[in-house]
Design a binder for this molecule. Structure first.
Ligand code: FE2
Length: 486
């Protein structure tokens, strides 16, 4: 199906009787703001701040409809919790790509999963392709919309206005700047960028004041695309799936997302890098398709413990194309894995028994890189119909006891990432916020849980007037946090 000539768009339109397709439809910029929301249940008195989310929101332009669910322009949303209740607003990130293509009325450059018959990232400056659509974080008082292969975009946290590409005032380009930076308790931020074309892994540290104090590039043999990483007190941890990237495929006009082949015989590699001197060590793991990492920490003897979502093969990733046509057939995806990396000796990976499929693992921001108990993720119940994509559970897993606490939403819901919400800069998070699509009402909802009582279900549900396209990642910023620009 051709994504530029209207055939893909027509196929999707013919499937719009399926409520889940609301999450992959496009939204007009005028329909992004919802204003004050009606709340069912009770919003916690102490919960004050803003829940920011990002995700692809413009999947279509002119006759074109992107063929991959992660191609669309970034749509940043803010749910603002105040004494008056909760208010919702949204804006598209005004990237160079968004502005140029809006003017033209059709796509001008290739996207991650949809090529325009050119050589994609080989032909084009990467920030010309940047859609800033994966995540959003607040660092040094600045709100950043993040993609994976390019630079960060800076937004105004108060009105979501796009300020422009983030200027780090560094002599080195701070890109690629991935969508999963880790902010530690001292306010410092670690991030990385994987460039499989150059075979180069970049590592950055930005201190609390916003100054770049580490920019290091490492050559890695057979570097696959990497989406997420982990930090501990003394190390950075990368998990490299057996995806073999081919520049030749890109040169032949194949989209970036299809330029890697799954070669399980190579196994998975784990790379542990010292934060101090970048000395590194490698581990071998069974072949795994890596999704997201929850957290990692290391004990006094230097043994690193980490949890992540991994699948035995990348088959489930194929649905990222099929949902854009309006079709879905479930293939088993990732489950939670626990990994132990001793300072010397082999890696040990276990798959806790009795857990179903899951994704979007998160921990309390206070625990990033430190010993922790609970990882929170969205799960898929075993009996969810095979023609229904998505998630219908919220699961809190205790990595020490192996116990879970979960809430089942049922088939009516397609649940998105949930994150811990802290009410102040000190102390653990008492609340959880997230979004989901109620497929019976065909409306997106904001959901609030007590962090200590996940299984009791949401304490508050606030519906938006419409369904919005599914997002990817978000963050909760307490009202006490310092923000810039005003
Ligand atoms: Fe991600």
């Amino acid at each position: 199906m051709n994504w530029t000539d209207g055939t893909l768009k027509a196929s999707f339109e013919a499937s719009r009787d399926k409520p889940w397709t609301d999450g992959f439809a496009t939204v007009h910029p005028d329909n992004l703001d919802s204003g004050p929301l009606h709340v069912e249940g009770e919003l916690p008195e102490e919960l004050r701040g803003t829940f920011f989310r990002n995700g692809p929101g413009r999947h279509e332009l002119g006759q074109a409809r992107y063929s991959h669910k992660w191609d669309g322009d970034g749509m940043v949303q803010a749910f603002r919790f105040t004494d008056e209740g909760v208010r919702h607003e949204g804006r598209f990130v005004r990237t160079a790509k968004y502005l140029r293509e809006s003017e033209a009325g059709h796509p001008l450059v290739s996207a991650f999963g949809s090529a325009l018959g050119d050589q994609g990232a080989l032909d084009t400056d990467i920030d010309e392709m940047n859609v800033a659509n994966i995540s959003v974080c607040l660092h040094g008082g600045e709100l950043l919309a993040l993609w994976e292969a390019g630079s960060a975009y800076q937004l105004d946290p108060y009105d979501l206005r796009t300020i422009g590409l983030k200027d780090w005032k560094s002599s080195e380009p701070i890109r690629p700047f991935s969508a999963h930076p880790k902010i530690e308790n001292d306010g410092g931020l670690w991030n990385f960028g994987a460039d499989p074309i150059a075979g180069e892994l970049s590592v950055f540290h930005i201190n609390q004041a916003g100054d770049v104090d580490v920019c290091r590039r490492l050559k890695i043999e057979q570097l696959p695309p990497i989406h997420d990483f982990a930090v501990t007190a003394r190390h950075l941890v990368f998990i490299l799936s057996p995806l073999v990237f081919s520049v030749d495929r890109l040169r032949d006009g194949v989209p970036f997302a299809r330029s890697s082949s799954w070669e399980p015989e190579h196994g998975t590699r784990a790379l542990v890098l010292s934060k101090e001197d970048f000395a590194h060590r490698w581990y071998r793991l069974p072949p795994l398709a890596l999704f997201h990492i929850g957290n990692a920490w290391e004990d006094e003897r230097g043994t690193i413990r980490l949890d992540f979502m991994g699948a035995d093969d990348p088959r489930s990733m194929m649905s990222a194309w099929s949902v854009m046509t309006g079709q879905y057939r479930h293939a088993r995806g990732s489950v939670l894995r626990l990994l132990t990396l001793p300072p010397a000796g082999d890696a040990l990976m276990t798959t806790p028994e009795g857990l179903g499929e899951g994704e979007f693992p998160v921990v309390d921001p206070l625990s990033i890189g430190r010993r922790y108990r609970h990882v929170l993720y969205v799960g898929r119940s075993a009996n969810r119909p095979a023609n229904l994509p998505g998630w219908d559970q919220l699961v809190a897993f205790d990595v020490e006891s192996g116990r879970t606490s979960e809430y089942n939403f049922g088939d009516r819901w397609f649940i998105e990432e949930h994150v811990f919400a802290r009410t102040s800069d000190a102390g653990p998070a008492a609340w959880i916020v997230g979004t989901g699509l109620d497929m019976a009402r065909r409306q997106t909802a904001l959901l609030v849980f007590s962090a200590s009582r996940v299984s009791a279900g949401p304490v508050a549900v606030a519906y938006l007037p419409r369904a919005l396209p599914f997002g990817l990642h978000g963050t909760f910023v307490p009202a006490s946090a310092r923000t810039s620009n005003r």
